[in-house]
Write a protein that binds this ligand. Structure first.
Ligand SMILES: CC[C@H](C(=O)O)C(=O)SCCNC(=O)CCNC(=O)[C@H](O)C(C)(C)COP(=O)(O)OP(=O)(O)OC[C@H]1O[C@@H](n2cnc3c(N)ncnc32)[C@H](O)[C@@H]1OP(=O)(O)O
Ligand SMILES: [Co+2]
Length: 133
């Protein structure tokens, strides 16, 4: 794992949350992106060497919508940047971690992503990200 690439926060009202994080962080998001495959709108704020990702569910069956329905708004996941996502997935599998996807998938912000089940990580949803070069 290279670094904490971003912290994902599930929000109900995308516009209200972006306004609040602009006031909190003092910076505008450098990117907003709809990711159809995940049923989410995302926005990214740079904070020092990491990022905050705000996520709004755009469909009832999106992971974010289900999370908010069950647990309300809040921290949703921690994303780590990796050099080689395929190698890292194999390593984690060999260590007994439960991966939520068999292969990397296209995430937001020009990344390949994969998720580790929260049950494998003391209740924290973990995302692996690799820059698409
Ligand atoms: C666009 C990509 C973007 C990026 O950065 O590139 C993203 O970050 S997209 C982020 C949204 N997508 C995902 O989260 C995909 C992976 N997530 C999943 O596959 C599901 O959300 C899953 C499996 C984590 C949970 O599925 P589901 O909600 O249907 O199941 P349960 O409600 O039964 O949850 C099982 C168990 O896990 C606990 N849980 C659920 N979500 C989280 C979470 N975010 N953090 C910690 N724990 C979580 C839930 O409470 C259940 O625990 P239990 O003790 O049984 O109640
Ligand atoms: Co993320």
């Amino acid at each position: 794992m290279l670094n904490v690439e971003h912290i994902g926060i599930a929000v109900k009202d995308f516009s209200q949350a972006n306004g609040l994080y602009f006031r909190l962080l003092g910076v505008e998001p450098y990117k907003t992106e709809h990711v159809e495959s995940e049923g989410v709108n995302t926005s990214f704020f740079r904070v020092g060497g990491t990022k905050i990702e705000l996520l709004e569910g755009t469909t009832p069956d999106s992971a974010i919508s289900k999370f908010i329905e069950k647990r309300g708004e809040g921290i949703h996941h921690i994303a780590f940047e990796v050099e080689d996502i395929l190698k890292e997935m194999e390593r984690l599998k060999s260590e007994g971690f439960i991966l939520l996807n068999d292969a990397p998938k296209k995430g937001a912000d020009n990344k390949l992503v994969c998720f580790v089940h929260p049950k494998s990580a003391n209740g924290v949803l973990i995302e692996l990200t690799q820059e698409i070069r």
